[in-house]
Design a protein around this ligand. Sequence first.
Ligand SMILES: Nc1ncnc2c1ncn2[C@@H]1O[C@H](COP(=O)(O)OS(=O)(=O)O)[C@@H](OP(=O)(O)O)[C@H]1O
Ligand SMILES: [Mg+2]
Ligand SMILES: [Mg+2]
Ligand SMILES: [Mg+2]
Length: 391
Amino acid sequence: MDSIVASSRLTRVAAQIGFGGRIFCSSSLRNSFLTYAEPTMALSTYEHELHLAVRAARLAARLCQTVQKKLLAKETQSKADQSPVTVADYGSQALISWALQRECGSETFSMVAEEDADDLRGKDGLEMLLRITDLVNEAIIAEGVQNAPKLSKENVLEAVDKGRSQGGPVGRHWVLDPIDGTKGFVRGDQYAVALALLDEGDVVLGVLACPNLPLKGVSAQSSSGIPVGCLFSARKGAGTMLQSLDDSFVPQKVHVSDVDDPAHANFCESFEAAHSRQSLTERIAKIMGVKAPPVRIDSQAKYGAMARGDAAIYMRFPHVGYREKIWDHAAGCIVIQEAGGVVCDAAGNRLDFSKGRYLDVEHGIMATNPKLMPTFLASVQAALEAENRVS
Ligand SMILES: Nc1ncnc2c1ncn2[C@@H]1O[C@H](COP(=O)(O)OS(=O)(=O)O)[C@@H](OP(=O)(O)O)[C@H]1O
Ligand SMILES: [Mg+2]
Ligand SMILES: [Mg+2]
Ligand SMILES: [Mg+2]
């Protein structure tokens, strides 16, 4: 009798959390590898998925921290597009893929992720693959995951390659950047593990784990004693929360800056000049009347910093010919929106994550609070027109 009551309650919970009462989800609530506490009340939409995303991102962030501490030159490779990729990028992707599939089942699992295992297959990739496999198994053991089998190198290749989904407007797709800001990661600076969930083309949740971001103030010096390691999480309609990566800090709701005078606003942009046109952003800031110098940080840590008001404006204007990918913005975008901000392209269009792996935008991506947006948009358009007149 007890088991019937328990199972019908779990089926009800599974239905409420959006899996249509699928058995795998009921059992996953009981046997969760992440010691998930059985819910005592109904979970609202995507709450369970957000919980899984937070735990998976945290697990991956720990692996990244371990690697960053002892980063060796030979653990960084160049991909075909000349961008760097490390054992931690692959390890993080393998871990998150494995963790989510373990919870949600693998039959219908879909993930759009940055990395694939092509460069790990064959003789040249073997040493790196063995190192990644060790890191992934060490992370699973360190987490105390119960009944977890040891992953073989083939399991790791398979987990990484699960990220090849094309996404799109139908169904659910996880969207993952296992390390956003790999250049920052290699330099020892900011990076983020960025995970989001798309449902019918809409981003419904997002998590940014930022291991090197101070808990207060993006520019806080390590000598200030402010702890580092932030985890931002957002769920559609539920706001954006900030907690410490090590869970030692009570989660709190964050909000974007409410400054409405550009003279008191500051803006953030990419650290790498190759990733955003800094002469254009300087011109936009001047037209707008922003006086403060730019805050330059790597990765979607910028979106997290903005969500809690460290900067009032975000600008990203890649050089001509660059095509944005959805994993570089999906999690960050909902983190800002749920914190009360607005994200759009230079024509004022909302970002459309339903078109596959790419994100097609007019000129660039911008974000700020609703009060500053009209002036910001007008300044961007004036700067672009001035540029067109010159060329
Ligand atoms: N040429 C060019 N132009 C624009 N953007 C590029 C370019 N090359 C790479 N990327 C993408 O930028 C991602 C890093 O994000 P940021 O640009 O915000 O960070 S950084 O300051 O440059 O590190 C970075 O993400 P990761 O590859 O995950 O690190 C890339 O997806
Ligand atoms: Mg990359
Ligand atoms: Mg990226
Ligand atoms: Mg990346």
